[in-house]
Structures are given as C-alpha cells and as structure tokens.
Design a protein around this ligand. Sequence first.
Ligand code: FHN
Length: 455
Amino acid sequence: MKMKYLQKLALLTLVLFGTNVGYAQSSANKKLSDDERMEWWRDSKFGMFIHWGAYSVIGGERGTNIAGGGAEWAMDKLDYTVEDYEKFPEMFNPVFFDADAWVTMAKDAGMKYIVITSKHHEGFGLWDSKVSDYDIMDTSPFKRDIIKELSEACKKQGIIFCFYYSIVDWHHPQAQGNLYPNYNIAQHDDPSVVNPEFPEYYKNYMKPQVKELLTNYGDVGVVWFDGDWISDYTTEMGKDLYKFIREIQPNTIVNNRVDKGRNGMEGMDMEGEFAGDFGTPEQEIPDTGIDSDWEACMTMNGSWGYKPSDNKWKSSEDLIQKLVDIVSKGGNFLLNIGPDGFGRFPAESIRRLKAMGEWTKTNGEAIYGASASPYEKPKWGRYTEKDGVIYAHVFDWPKTGTLKLHKDIKVKRATVLTAPDTTLEFLGTSREVLVSVPLLAPDATVSVIKIELSE
Ligand code: FHN
C-alpha cells in the first residue's frame, strides 16, 4: 500500500529521533485504538513530574512565615491577595533554565516522559499564550517560551513531552470566588464560594489555552489535569474537555482528573461513567495491583514546588523500591522535581535522579514493558513479569544464601540479572521453590533475579 506523506513523516521522525513506533505513529495523527494509544505509556513505567512557576521564586516562605504543605500553594497558604501576588511573575527570571539539561537528567534517570506544569493554580502560564498576558512572555522579564523549549528538547532526546494544566485558577476573576480582586484565596477551599461566571472561564479561557498548548508544541503524550475538586467544575465540562482534546490530538492520553470521577487521593474513579484514561493516586501506592491503568505521582521531599525549608527527602533506595512496588502492581511512577526560581534542580533531587539512573540502567529489563506480578508479593520484595519471565526484585537479601520463591513458579533457569552467565541452583518442592543465591547482595538497593519459566 503506498505510504501516505504523513506516515512517511512519522517514519522519518522515528528514524531521526528514535521515538518508539507506537508514539511516532501518533504524530501522523492516525487514530490509534485505545490499546495502541496507551502502549508507549504502559511500557514507559517511569516519568518526571515538574512543578515550576512563580511560586518557585517564593519557596513557600513569606518573611518568617513558612507555608504548610506544598510551596506551590504559597498564594493561598501565605495569604496573598491577587494584586500582591502578581509581583512574583514579574520577578520570575530563571536565567539558569536549560531545557536540554533537564531532559538529559530525566533520560539518564531512566524516565521516559516529562509532565510539566504549564499553569498551576496561581494562573501564571509558562508558554506564549495568546489568550492571556499573565504568562512568561508578557509578564515576566524572561520572555522565553519555556513550553516550546522543553517540548523541543524532549523531541530531540526521544522523551515524550506532556503537560499539566490546572482547572483551578486563583488569578482569573471568573475562575475563583466572586470576591475578586481582594478575594482572599484561603476561602477557595470553601465549596460554598463559587463563581457564577466559571462557565465563561471554562469556555472562553481554559479551553482556548488547552487548545493552544495542543496546537503549537507538536505531539503531546499526556494532558495531566488537576483541580478537578472545585464545585464550579462539572462532569459535563469534563466530558466535553476530554472530547475536545481528542479532536485536536486524537492519540493524546488524558488523566482522570479531566472529569469528576476521582475518589480523592487514592486516585481511582468511583463507580460510574467518567472521562479519563488512567487513575492518579497521589503521594500513595495502592496496597495491591489494580487491573486498570494508573500512575502514582509523588514528591521527593514533601513539596511539589521548590521549598528549601523542606529537607524531608526520601532516600534513593526508597524511591527505587517505590518504582519496583508500583510496577509490580501494574502502575506508572511519576516522580516530581521542583526547580528553583533560577531554573535549577535542587542538588538533593539531582543525586536521587543519578542513583535511580544507575539502577534502571542495569535493571531496566525488569521494569520497562513489564507487567504486574501474577503472584502475591513476597516478604523480601516484589515480582514483575515480562514475556514469560518472572523478575524477583529482592529488597531484603537473604542471609542464608537461599531465596524462597512462590511455590507455583516453575523455574527453568535462574540468574542474577546483572550476571546472566552464572546459572543459579534451585530446588522445587510442593510448598516452595528454593534458589541458591550469592551471600552478598549484587545490588545495595534492589537486586534482581531473572527466572525463566518452564512450560
Ligand atoms: O493542589 C495540587 C498540588 O499543588 C499538586 O499539583 C498535586 C500534584 O498532583 N495536585 C494537587 C493536590 O492534589
């Protein structure tokens, strides 16, 4: 069949940028089936979340007052009026921002996609919006289109570009409580404070902004909505918005916060028909596997936005074990970075990205494209499965030199993943399977045993 021009373009993209086929086809806008559309995302397993905006200048601090929770809520938690807060976008000048360097750090960490806050609740946009002047080009001295630079860097390095967009907008007079402009944002948690003009905001501001983000920056892997909880936003809007996005880019994936189905922070949809392609547990991992698509998002310390006072950093070992735990339950891990107001990743984040990159480089076979374990989780770690191979991810290495596997695992050959030429002895009984392993753990964080199964 004669290849159409767009398919040739997609093929050329694949050749030039090494993008995976599933995703390259989407750039030809050939409408994929849902499974084809989700394939790159399901195989990717690991992405970078970036919370960056004018709040990154504030760092969650106002004088001696430190905002509780995420520093990206500074406008609310530190009681700024809209007028007071507007000085921060005017100060936002991230002179150290280097999109190529950011994407390289994500790629070297083993991350396959990046989701950046194009606009968080503060309402300030990181792209050249024609819908609003409250953006990086018109309000800040930086005057560079961050979304453009990051999306191009992603394409160059074969990382899938995605963006976050907040339905909540504390700056727009039609999107917040109707006490604008001296409205104290703190009241916005009060569901009784609604804005009768919100439908205007939705139709004439929010949708046009989402459209320009989907039209001007090439293929978008995922649109990650947030702020679904406000009473002004309705399920009718959510279903309309999902359809709107799929009409612009048919193969873009959209999270479940586009609609109203999410059951709180555990992130999966309640019973009923809701729009959205995957569930979004936040700061938590489900206890057991879930047989629908889901992605757990998490911070490295306690804040999404840059917060120098928050030194409660998760260890690299903990983050690696969380990645394994999530994949063993069939999910993706979206791990957050909060760059500072100058455009720099915190040193503590860089160290953790490097450690995760070292681990995924040697053990990625057991993660990427793997699926949830068919066996209940063992005490010593987790299982993942891929192409008829079971991977035993050992968190607690046995001191006895013997690893106990689930009794139903029919072992044909077992090796330490990083030592493929050394076959391990094993013994299967009716109650368990015992594998003889080295006394010392091959990897300080998580050691992986590759188990080829007999028929
Ligand atoms: O309010 C936001 C918060 O700032 C952050 O963006 C997280 C990340 O998913 N979402 C909301 C809290 O659930």
